[in-house]
Design a binder for this molecule. Structure first.
Ligand code: FEO
Length: 172
């Protein structure tokens, strides 16, 4: 299988983006844990594990095709947030950014008629739709329940089972 230099470079950049996402979600999970948001801490640490899986999918794809996946250095993520809602807003913005990045990869694959990479990327297209929906659903809870201490507690408590409720999450 032939992958162009442009595509290899773009996939390696995406490996870096996924690594940064994983690191950012660990940082948010850590902030949630020390702030007392236990449900959210579990949610973000699980989200970090998913991002690591995404990174590994790209790494395996390049390596198995006979190219070199580059393991990146990672910038320090934000260490604290002004509210629980702000941390989920950060998550949604981050997922929207990743969606754009995935679409750019799809554009390159389509332009180059690289159907192997194009097909490989379809899993990520679906995944990004699900992840954006998940974060939007959680942010909507703040609108529905409010933002006083009890409401925030309820949002936090609801997060341990949110993945099974926002249906249709695809398997890794
Ligand atoms: Fe791997 Fe949530 O983007």
């Amino acid at each position: 299988m032939q992958i162009s230099q442009e595509m290899i470079k773009a996939i390696n950049e995406q490996i870096s983006h996924e690594a940064s996402s994983a690191n950012a979600y660990i940082a948010i999970g850590s902030w949630c844990e020390r702030t007392g948001y236990d449900g959210s801490a579990s949610f973000f640490l699980e989200q970090a594990a998913e991002e690591k899986e995404h990174m590994l999918k790209f790494i395996h794809y390049l390596n198995n095709a006979g190219y070199e996946a580059i393991i990146p250095a990672i910038e320090k993520p934000p260490g604290s947030f002004e509210s629980l809602e702000a941390s989920f807003r950060f998550g949604l913005d981050s997922e929207r950014k990743v969606t754009k990045e995935i679409y750019e990869l799809v554009d390159i694959a389509a332009k180059e008629k690289d159907y192997s990479t194009y097909t490989f990327l379809q899993w990520f297209v679906t995944e990004q739709t699900e992840e954006e929906t998940l974060f939007q659903t959680i942010l909507q809870k703040f609108e529905l329940l409010g933002r006083d201490k009890l409401a925030i507690y309820q949002v936090d408590q609801s997060l341990s089972s949110i993945r099974s409720k926002v249906g249709g999450m695809q398997q890794n």
